[in-house]
Every structure is written in structure tokens, then in C-alpha cells.
Design a protein. Structure first.
Length: 270
């Protein structure tokens, strides 16, 4: 009988190996990921794009790589980025950490190239209120600086001044971005969600209510490949692929062993 401890060791090696030796696996680009990428590419320079961090720390492995890849793309396009979150637990700090790290890498200045609005309670009222006045809902940014003191906000009043909204989420708040913001204000919305949530939103692609879709780590890896910014998603897909191949190999070996032992018992009985 094969000692299960060897299986644990093989799985551990399959996870660790891509971190030590870069492993490249082919990532198929879906039409939905390409649509989202093309929509951002088509935006004029200096466009205002809202990027949401609507996810909890428990789903960082799937959602944060999407946010990081999105910021790489937006900052390279010289888009001005307005970030916010409807998640009180971790959302504001995640947005602050990710945006400041990427801004430093791309030489962007806070208040001029990007602003983090942070969190406000009652997301339905927040989403509706920003359609009239963002400053009325967020008088101050996440660092308690009045929006009136931030140069970037001088030209942003409501959704009419936002060219695109990139929603990254792990929950049903996506439905409200579609049903309120896209439906009532006609602002284009692209989404990045967890893999388990993605199938629900393909219908919104077909109806034209969503412009592009990224699903889980696979979607994040696709976007990293499109924006030529390899990150944790592509590394994670390499780990995941190796572990899946290992499991398939072990299942095959296990079945071969099972049928071989059953045949041996039948011969012994005969």
C-alpha cells in the first residue's frame, strides 16, 4: 500500500516548485477577459476609472490579483483611478495597501493620479447617492482629507464624469452595480469575481449590461497575461495545474494498482 505521507510530500513539492523554478503554463484568454481588456484599452488617456475593492480578506487569493492587474493596466494607460469599497472588514485597508504599492511602482501621485474614497455604510444609498454627487456621499477620502483639497476631484462630480467602473467583488454587491449604476446611469461596468460567482454573470455579458468578466484566479491570470504583468495569479495557476496533474496521475496509478491486485486475487482463488 502506498504510504499517504508520500502523497503529502508530492503535493507540497508541486506547490513549492513553481515558486523556486518559474513554470510557464499556457493560459487561454476567454472572450470575456479580452472584452474587458479592450474596453480599458479604448479609453482615452487621463480618463477617470472607478476601481472597487468589494471583497473580504478571505478571498484575497482570487480577488486581489485581479485588482493588482487592473491597476497595472490603468496606471500604464495614465487613467486617473478612483477607488472605494462597500466592505467594512478589511476593504479600506486592502485598497490603501494595493493602490499605494502600485502607485509607487508606476510613479503616480496621490490626489493627482488616484484617490481612495474608502468605505461608507449602506451601499444601496451610497451607489444611488454618487449618481448625484460623490462629494455629498464622501466629503473626505479614506485618510480624512476633504475631497475639495484633492486636485483630481475637481473634475469629478458624479457618474457622468466616470468613464468606466471596474468592480472586483466576492459577493452579491455586483448585482447592485449592474442594476443601479449601469441600468440607471448607463456607466459601463466590468467585473472581476470569484470563480464560484462567475457563471451567474455570463447572462449579463450577453445582455450588454456587463462589459467583460474575470472569474477567479484563472481570470486574474488571463488579465495578467493581457497586461504583460506576471503576478501571483499566473504563479498560482502553475501551482494549481501541477497539483491537478499530480492528482490525475495518482488516480491513474491507484486504479492500475486496484485492478492489478484484484486480478492477482482472482488468479490465487482459481
Amino acid at each position: 500500500m502506498f504510504d499517504r505521507r508520500w502523497i503529502y510530500l508530492l503535493v507540497a513539492l508541486a506547490v513549492i516548485f513553481p515558486l523556486i523554478v518559474p513554470a510557464t503554463f499556457k493560459v487561454h484568454i476567454t472572450p470575456e477577459a479580452r472584452q474587458l481588456f479592450d474596453a480599458i484599452e479604448a479609453l482615452p488617456d487621463s480618463s477617470i476609472v472607478m476601481l472597487t475593492f468589494d471583497y473580504y480578506p478571505s478571498t484575497l487569493a482570487e480577488t486581489e490579483p485581479i485588482s493588482v492587474a487592473a491597476l497595472h493596466h490603468l496606471f500604464r494607460k495614465d487613467c486617473r483611478v478612483l477607488t472605494m469599497t462597500t466592505i467594512p472588514l478589511g476593504g479600506p485597508s486592502i485598497a490603501e495597501r494595493v493602490t499605494r504599492a502600485l502607485a509607487k511602482e508606476h510613479g503616480k501621485v496621490y490626489g493627482v493620479d488616484y484617490v481612495n474614497l474608502g468605505f461608507k455604510y449602506n451601499y444601496v444609498a451610497v451607489l444611488k447617492g454618487m449618481g448625484t454627487s460623490i462629494e455629498a456621499i464622501y466629503p473626505m477620502d479614506n485618510s480624512s482629507t476633504p475631497l475639495s483639497e484633492l486636485p483630481m476631484m475637481e473634475s469629478i462630480r458624479n457618474y457622468d464624469d466616470i468613464s468606466f467602473i471596474f468592480v472586483v467583488s466576492d459577493n452579491a454587491i455586483v448585482d447592485y452595480w449592474i442594476s443601479i449604476v449601469n441600468a440607471e446611469y448607463a456607466t459601463p461596468v466590468g467585473i472581476g469575481v470569484t470563480a464560484v460567482s462567475a457563471p451567474k454573470y455570463y447572462a449579463f455579458i450577453s445582455s450588454g449590461q456587463v462589459t467583460g468578466l474575470l472569474g477567479g484566479m484563472k481570470g486574474a491570470a488571463e488579465y495578467e497575461r493581457l497586461v504583460k504583468a506576471e503576478g501571483m495569479a499566473l504563479k498560482g495557476m502553475a501551482m494549481q495545474s501541477l497539483v491537478h496533474l499530480l492528482i490525475i496521475a495518482l488516480v491513474i496509478i491507484g486504479n492500475i494498482g486496484f485492478f492489478a491486485s484484484r486480478r492477482a486475487r482472482r488468479r490465487a482463488t482459481a
